[in-house]
Design a protein around this ligand. Structure first.
Ligand code: R5P
Length: 272
């Protein structure tokens, strides 16, 4: 791996722990103003100091993130579909490699849709993006089995998806957590991060999922809704960091969440 590629990977996966806390805030690219991400700057800004990297589109990056914020960016470069359109899998590449370089990103990410009618176009899109990423030293994150493919998320299907992404040259793969998740991580020769999926009932549930994923071989999370749809996003991302980077057990991380949440509550009460 060349210096530039290694340097960018180190901006995503922290070398001291070998783990990654990515904050996913790209949902608007097909969902529009998602609940609690209606005003991107308002949601994202307080979380920047706690995220190793942000995953987002160029539109939200330019409009809503201060270039001096110090945020590392994994740029979503696929899209072209919407939640109300005919097919969520019919994605193409939306953003050029020149644009990614101009924006000084740490990585680029696209979705692939294995097992759908758009499998070929999205997998060839991945392969082409890897060709470009290799040329300029930019890691490629392949996002697989996210979205409506949710119902198919067992270890057999996710292993197949992740392995194909790795074979095509992805440097990092994002998928969902599932039962027997170690089968997915074992058979994928590149690092895996998990998406959180829709908000779970409690913060403890999300902390348990993140804990199980990293203990079973994931390098971390690329999590969105379970952080910023919490009533206490900063305490939640802090607790997720403790799980990912410090191997906190779910209950310990939840205690940390509760302590920080109570502090935040008291601060708000004394300010009003
Ligand atoms: C992926 O395609 C989405 O745009 C999100 O980046 C992904 O689902 C992760 O976010 P969440 O944890 O909310 O599922």
């Amino acid at each position: 791996m060349d210096w530039g590629m290694k340097n960018r990977m180190a901006r995503i996966i922290k070398p001291d722990t070998g783990r990654a806390v990515m904050l996913a805030v790209d949902h608007g690219y097909f969902l529009g103003p998602t609940t609690r991400l209606e005003v991107p700057r308002r949601t994202i800004e307080p979380l920047i100091p706690y995220a190793d990297s942000l995953m987002l589109t160029r539109g939200v990056l330019r409009s809503s993130i201060d270039p001096g914020s110090g945020a590392n960016v994994v740029l979503r470069v696929s899209g072209g579909v919407s939640i109300i359109g005919p097919s969520l899998s019919d994605e193409g590449i939306t953003t050029s490699i020149k644009e990614a370089i101009r924006l000084n990103v740490a990585g680029i990410g696209l979705s692939v849709f294995v097992g759908t009618e758009h499998e070929r176009q999205t997998l060839l899109g991945l392969a082409e993006l890897v060709n470009q990423g290799e040329e300029y030293g930019i890691p490629v994150l392949a996002i697989t089995a996210v979205g409506r493919e949710l119902e198919k998320r067992d270890a057999r299907f996710l292993s197949l998806c992740c392995r194909i992404c790795a074979e095509l040259g992805a440097h990092l793969v994002k998928t969902y957590y599932c039962d027997d998740f170690e089968k997915v991580t074992e058979s994928c020769p590149v690092p895996i991060v998990i998406a959180g999926g829709p908000k779970l009932e409690t913060e403890l549930d999300a902390l348990e999922m993140a804990y199980n994923a990293v203990q079973q071989g994931a390098v971390g999370v690329d999590m969105g809704r379970n952080i910023w749809q919490s009533d206490y996003p900063v305490p939640m991302i802090t607790a997720i960091r403790a799980v990912v980077h410090e191997n906190y057990k779910p209950k310990e991380a939840h205690d940390l969440f509760r302590t920080l949440k109570d502090k935040e509550g008291k601060k708000a009460a004394s300010a009003s």
